[in-house]
Design a protein around this ligand. Sequence first.
Ligand SMILES: [Zn+2]
Length: 453
Amino acid sequence: MTLAQVSEATGIAVSQLSLLENGKREAKISTLQKLATCYQASMADLTAEVPSRRGQLEIELERAMNSPLARQRGLPTPRISPRMPMDVLETLVALHRELARTAEEHIATPEEARRANVELRETMKERDNYFAELETAAAGLLRKVGYQRGPVSQHEISAITAHLGFTLHHVSDLPHSTRSVTDLKQMRIYLPQSPGDHDPRSVLLQALGHYVLEHAAPRNYGEFLRQRVETNYLAAALLMPEGTTVEFLRKAKHDKELAVEDLRDRFAVSYESAAHRFTNLATKHLDITLHFQKVHESGIIYKAYENDGVAFPTDHTGAIEGQPVCRFWTSRQVFDVNDKFNSFNQYTDTPTGTYWCSARVESGPSGTFSTSIGIPYVQAKWFRGRDTRARSKSGCPDESCCRRPPRGLAEAWAGHAWPSARAHSHLLAALPPGAFPGVDDTEVYRFLESHSG
Ligand SMILES: [Zn+2]
């Protein structure tokens, strides 16, 4: 109906109707009654809270046009009037939705990824890398399958899988961008026939972790990282249960024989898993502050954690991943040590104090890495290897420590060298879009489709 027709039917002036229609004036009850009669509707229809589809679109467009995202881009803001055709309204809303979606996807830039890492590491430090709720979840699962103490057997892990209602399927055609795929429709977990350089128990427990912790598809890179930390934590807490592990570590501390290798051997896990698990329990249960590093042979940090004040190299965002570690630190000195069977221990003087550190080198398909644990000097007395004679001095982050070449060398070569850099693509490249960074959804869906028969 045109305004003139409504005016004629109700006796309300066109100018009045226009004001009502544009939301500039509220109607009196008597006016609403007239309109209800005219539209053959009830009063409730006219005053219902749920806006019409058009109303919803108008509200959404209004919000989208005023969002920081649209303002940042200086997008035009047409006046939303009743005369704006419905298809135009729908198109504008669809374009704004698409803009928001792509902005969300591209959020995982290296810059964003670094910030997400910094935030996560802050949380871990605040909690001394101990997550009580995950320990409780792990203990609960273990109790359900009758676990009592000591290392967790393969059989007990199978029992946990069955308890949660999953069946296991080993396949040779797992999508190459994944470590495992979970089919939540048929409650199946697909694992590779040969797990590569990952502990098959960890891969399985991580897959179960997402289910146990009720993770939804991550909305951004920060959430993706947090979920990964949680599932890794839960897997470690299942392989090295808190009670029995703390008992083992307390005895070692009492005997002044603490060593990450012993934890590794006792629970049949990798050195890295053992070192990482040690960071969960050391501060909470042994009153030991510490730091952990995984460093590539090129000297670049892959992972690190500290709550003992050691100064990791950082970029302007506070991120440490991808930064070069001081060449005098244990985590780099260890690469020059020939004994690959035993850990390398060293005291290092740094501007924030002296630390005793223990490091190991391990090689895998993705390269050669050192994994190390460091402890403030006064705590070294609890550890095996405290009697090491190896000492080092680091002045980093002062550039004169190891970043600037010595003068003689610089004089001989400055201006005559043109190296071609090897890019650390996975650390620096823009992260691939999608809910699961780097995972090809099409490939995963095709895989599930082909196995679901
Ligand atoms: Zn240095």
